[in-house]
Design a protein around this ligand. Sequence first.
Ligand SMILES: [Zn+2]
Length: 349
Amino acid sequence: MSSLSGKAQTVLGLVEPSQLGRTLTHEHLTMTFDCAYYPPPTCHEATSKEPIMMKNLFWIQKNPYSHKENLQLKEETAAVREELLHFKAQGGGAVVENTTCGIGRDVRTLQQLAAETGVHIIAGAGFYIDATHSPETRAMSVEQLTDVLINEILHGADGTDIKCGVIGEIGCSWPLTESEKKVLQATAHAQSQLGCPVIIHPGRNPRAPFQIIRVLQEAGADISKSVMSHLDRTILDKKELLEFAQLGCYLEYDLFGTALLNYQFNPDIDMPDDNKRIRRVRLLVEEGYEDRILVAHDIHTKHRLMKYGGHGYSHILTNIVPKMLLRGITENALHKILIENPKRWLTFK
Ligand SMILES: [Zn+2]
């Protein structure tokens, strides 16, 4: 048991978990995604360099990672502030901002946004995928990595006294790399000591989430306090999903609002749309997993902000919740998905 026991930790300090309210469990408010830049087809090179305009917005929506400016969410703090106020006005309470080292975590900006908007913001400790690990990170032992994670939660991140309240999103590739495996083991060790929530970004292969849970388990993690993100794009087969659900982690559908013809990171995957996501959530509820489901948008590029004609951080509350009700997901299940499950996950043991 740690001194944080029974509380949730936001960038403004400890709070009673009951104060969080409706919580988006996987978002980014400021980040840079240069590591994900995907060169455009040669005939589209000019478009990829234009500023964002109405006439190229559809192209950017379909090729979001081929437009360099689109990857700089960190330039949009004013728009994000406005959107957080909108989220609050729509009944939102909290956001887990799980930007980790490698994609431009900026806890100072998060603290400022929380203070200015009254939305609870929980920051993420740890490291994104191997491609962003520094040589120093790669050279660290599991023990040293564990110390880094514990320090970001107990003392502060990025050289500040602003503390993280979850570990993750911890980035994993497919296949999992040695450096990523060490970070997962360190995550498990830090979690055993702190009783903290953990959130994982799996590689783009249906076997990746299974392998990650095994690595975490073998290193002593508490799977019941861990979230597997991005299931929308990772486990598309129903049977495989239900097999995975049995492992006992939180099951996150966090790409609400995303509609892609081609998924640039893995052309083999047909990215589901929101209606399909809703059907998957309903399936999990019907199968008895309503205490395990979490939802979010994982906004990480400019074009998904309302400023650029995107769905913004309020899409789930404004549009998805009514559609879920229409499709037979009950008020009671929604209360769990939006409030009770995040609260239980975010409370330190
Ligand atoms: Zn993310």
